[in-house]
Design a protein around this ligand. Structure first.
Ligand code: ZN
Length: 206
């Protein structure tokens, strides 16, 4: 079975860059996971509907992108529930996963969230890469089966890198899946944890 890899995009939706990313994914016929920030949804409801229609997974990246480990359980729940409601009101399926901003997570966050924690295991730091060719090199150098790549659909450089990066990954035989599909995949390596904060691979990665 083909090795699986996940493109995950955080911090959107963004009215300028997110549609471009969706165009690229659509043209390449690949799926991805988008972890959206609740307060960015207003005015971008059609983008969430398009994500759902295009087969993208939509995850919860909190309402205002705060470090959840600095909040009370009630505040943590508020950050996540407001985003759940905004996704639903936009006409997209309710997320089952959340990604804590900065990867900041502890037992209180996990116990309060009511959603499964979805971190990552490949961190190209696209937010500080100056050009798309460099970003592509970084992504390809660290790509591995079962990889969950942390990217951001709010950066033009990431948009610019993605078409050729996808082409290269396809050339290496990768199949693109969502975080949830990877979680459920029988194809993932037997004891390579990719998911959940108890995993060393993911914990405090940022
Ligand atoms: Zn983020």
């Amino acid at each position: 079975m083909a090795p699986c890899i996940v493109l995950s995009f955080d911090d959107g939706p963004n009215v300028v860059t997110t549609p471009k990313m969706l165009d690229i994914l659509e043209q390449a016929h690949v799926t991805a996971s988008f972890f959206v920030v609740g307060k960015n949804i207003a005015g971008n409801e059609a983008l969430l509907q398009r994500m759902a229609k295009d087969g993208m997974e939509i995850g919860n990246h909190t309402w205002s992108h705060m470090d959840l480990t600095k909040l009370t359980p009630a505040q943590i729940r508020d950050e996540l529930i407001k985003t759940q409601l905004a996704v639903q009101a936009a006409g997209a399926p309710l997320p089952t996963l959340f990604r804590p901003p900065y990867g900041a997570v502890d037992d209180v966050v996990v116990g309060s969230a009511g959603l499964q924690t979805a971190l990552w295991n490949e961190d190209p730091k696209d937010w500080k890469v100056a050009n798309s060719a460099t970003l592509q090199q970084i992504i390809l150098a660290s790509a591995k089966p079962g990889g969950v790549i942390d990217l951001h659909d709010i950066h033009q450089v990431t948009v610019d890198a993605m078409a050729s990066t996808i082409l290269s990954l396809k050339g290496s035989g990768y199949q693109f899946v969502t975080v949830s599909q990877l979680q459920n995949s029988k194809a993932r390596p037997g004891n390579a944890p990719f998911y959940g904060y108890k995993s060393d691979m993911f914990r405090h990665h940022n």
